[in-house]
Design a protein around this ligand. Structure first.
Ligand code: GN1
Ligand code: MG
Length: 367
């Protein structure tokens, strides 16, 4: 049996496989993202230049078929590059056998260029919020005529809220870790809003909302910003680009960016939707999308925020009941804390739904 390599040895091996020349000077784990592991590696090249790269180990519990994930990313980035050559996309390096990934005993690896930039989990800088909205709206538009059938559904039923509920109910019944009693309040509240949270999915099932190609993980920290101008440089994390509803992208972005606190804040009493952020993001998002969205898509944008927030609460709670196999946790109750924060946010959204609807109408009037 061979010994498990240290992180540094492993990163050395991965960089070598991706034909990075020079010597690895240092590396750090970037604590971003709840499923994959990400490292920044800093190289000194033979010509004396320093360059950094991002190495990621893809979570194969979450992405059962990571090769399909990479194929999707290749197709989407090539398409964007051909359609808008000036738009930045992440540059994935190839191995000697022309693959954008390395699969070995220690996992599934990929490597891309580091882009000097700033990222945010929360910000009250309204330029950044508007630019994030524009970036995700533009991303959506760039892919509006992309052939969705060429994409693999890398995580089936990813934003299928009714299916997420079914799973939660089944896992609560089995209660394999004996944790249900502790989360009864959260569970019961989620059950009480099931119909409303599933309304977006029902409208789709009834043929009232079109399927598009969506990003599906539109957290504001998946946009890289220019630290000086605050311009959005590139939309990253294309792992879940799949057919979806426009509300999936809009709703998930608001869930993350417009919350007064971070998504896993233990101070759930402070969670809630910041309507100024909601307005700014909406303005940015509609800039590129307003003309092509249907009336029903526009009318359901506020509902989609509630749906996506509840859906994630359902997913966090389900993971907690199962003993945390899916989301990375930093402490034992992390998924429960995340659930509580999403529940508090969803409650506030429900109360402010009329104001959110009014803001969307006002933004549309100015488009
Ligand atoms: C996961 O790993 P990250 O942060 O990109 C998850 C998203 C959740 C998000 C919550 C593939 O995304 O769906 O919204 O955590 N990604 C996957 O922070 O499940
Ligand atoms: Mg992601």
């Amino acid at each position: 049996m061979t010994a498990c390599p240290s992180t540094e040895e492993k990163l050395q091996q991965v960089c070598k496989a991706f034909r990075i020349q020079g010597s690895l000077q240092s590396f750090e784990e970037i604590k971003i993202g709840n499923v994959n592991k990400t490292y920044r590696v800093n190289f000194l090249h033979e010509d004396g230049k320093r360059k950094s790269y991002m190495v990621q180990s893809v979570n194969t519990y979450v992405f059962k078929n990571p090769i399909q994930v990479m194929n999707n990313i290749d197709l989407v980035t090539e398409y964007i590059h051909a359609k808008a050559p000036k738009k930045r996309v992440l540059h994935f390096h190839h191995t000697a056998d022309r693959k954008t990934y390395l699969m070995d005993d220690n996992g599934f690896w990929r490597l891309f260029n580091y882009i000097p930039s700033s990222t945010y989990n929360t910000t009250e800088n309204m330029d950044i919020i508007r630019n994030a909205g524009e970036a995700f709206g533009e991303f959506q538009m760039l892919l509006s005529d992309f052939d969705a059938s060429s994409l693999s559904e890398t995580i089936p039923n990813f934003h299928n809220t009714p299916k997420r509920y079914e799973q939660l109910i089944a896992d609560a019944q089995a209660d394999p870790k004996g944790r249900l009693a502790r989360v009864r309040q959260e569970y019961d509240w989620l059950m009480s809003v099931q119909e409303e949270a599933c309304r977006l999915a029902c409208l789709y099932q009834q043929g009232q909302l079109p399927l598009r190609v969506t990003h599906n993980d539109t957290k504001i920290n998946n946009v890289l910003f220019d630290p000086e101008t605050n311009a959005a440089l590139v939309v990253i994390d294309l792992d879940t680009v799949m057919p979806g509803l426009v509300g999936h992208d809009f709703g998930d972005a608001i869930r993350f960016a417009a919350n007064f606190v971070e998504e896993d804040s233990p101070e759930c009493q402070h969670a809630g939707i910041n309507l100024d952020v909601f307005r700014m993001f909406t303005q940015g998002f509609l800039k590129h999308t307003a003309h092509s969205l249907t009336e029903m898509e526009i009318a359901t944008l506020p509902l989609s925020c509630f749906a996506l927030t509840v859906e994630l609460a359902v997913r966090f709670l389900d993971d907690y009941l199962l003993g945390d196999p899916y989301f990375k946790i930093n402490y034992p109750e992390h998924n429960l804390i995340r659930t509580r924060c999403q529940v508090a946010l969803a409650k506030d959204m429900l109360e402010k739904m009329p104001q959110m609807e009014q803001i969307v109408r006002e933004c549309m009037d100015h488009c």
